[in-house]
Design a protein around this ligand. Structure first.
Ligand code: 7PJ
Length: 259
């Protein structure tokens, strides 16, 4: 899953693709690099980020969605807002990626009436304040229980189990040790539903490599993506599609895994 941020303030590439034309060109580049899925985001959820009105988010996302849909690669829209979900699905999005796991009133209903897929992500708190004081007694158990409950809420509302993907939400209301514990729990989580893992350029990669700038975190991010695949992650959410694909290709051939 290649990341297309159409925002002025995303943590790695904020502002680079804020203009629709730049975002569309970037989306096509990621498709050329071999992305199987694109994730379009019009609201930054970086720690401390302020919420964006739904109209502004839609104005960012829809032109890009309209330009890349039907291009052979399904498009996911990264949003917490039911109004954005409904408009994105009406405009051809194949998946809703919600860092809030469809907890907003009306969010489950927005997806349930369609044949789209959904990614349910765990987040403690909300982006503006989530890194101030994350707390868990047993992070893996709590995140697993949360995701299991969200799966059941979605299934009860009519979303097919086979359309649901889960994500422990690296960096979303988590300390470094919480992220590491969750990474080690990926194989167990994959027993609940297919897992999406997003490590790309995040601060835990910075902490593990000593790389303060997100620009210097490519190799660390690729290592984390490979490791997540090895733990059974089904979808890798990455900024760098070509590098991640190359690494997966080499690993799979050495391992003898079917391509
Ligand atoms: C994630 C996300 C993630 C899912 C962001 C970034 C920060 N959605 N949206 N999982 N991260 N499902 O671009 O790294 O980890 S925004």
């Amino acid at each position: 899953m290649g990341i297309v941020n159409i925002t002025p303030d995303s943590f790695h590439d904020g502002g680079r693709f804020a203009a629709a034309g730049d975002a569309i060109a970037h989306a096509h580049r990621l498709i050329d690099e071999g992305a199987d899925l694109l994730d379009l985001g019009g609201e930054s959820t970086r720690p401390g980020a302020a919420p964006v009105p739904a109209e502004e988010e839609l104005a960012r996302v829809l032109p890009v969605l309209e330009a890349v849909r039907g291009g052979g690669v399904p498009v996911s829209v990264d949003t917490r807002h039911p109004a954005v979900m409904r408009a994105a699905l009406a405009a051809g999005a194949a998946m809703i990626n919600d860092v809030n796991a469809l907890r907003a009133p009306g969010a489950i209903e927005a997806v349930a009436g369609t044949d789209a897929s959904v990614c349910l992500m765990h987040m403690q708190g909300e982006p503006r304040t989530m890194q101030q004081a994350p707390r868990y007694a047993d992070v893996a158990a709590e995140v697993t229980a949360f995701l299991a409950a969200r799966i059941e809420a979605c299934v009860a509302a009519g979303i097919d189990r086979g359309r649901i993907v889960i994500d422990p939400g690296f960096g979303f209301g988590k300390r470094f040790d919480d992220n590491v514990a969750l990474a080690r729990a990926l194989t167990a989580l994959a027993g609940l539903a297919p897992v999406l893992a997003g490590f790309s350029r995040k601060s835990m990669i910075g902490a593990m490599t000593g790389r303060a700038s997100t620009a210097d975190r490519l190799a660390g991010s690729v290592a984390a993506a490979l490791w997540a695949a090895r733990q059974g992650a089904a979808i890798l959410r990455v900024h760098d599609v070509a590098a991640t694909r190359d690494a997966l290709s080499v690993w799979r051939q050495l391992e003898g895994v079917e391509q």
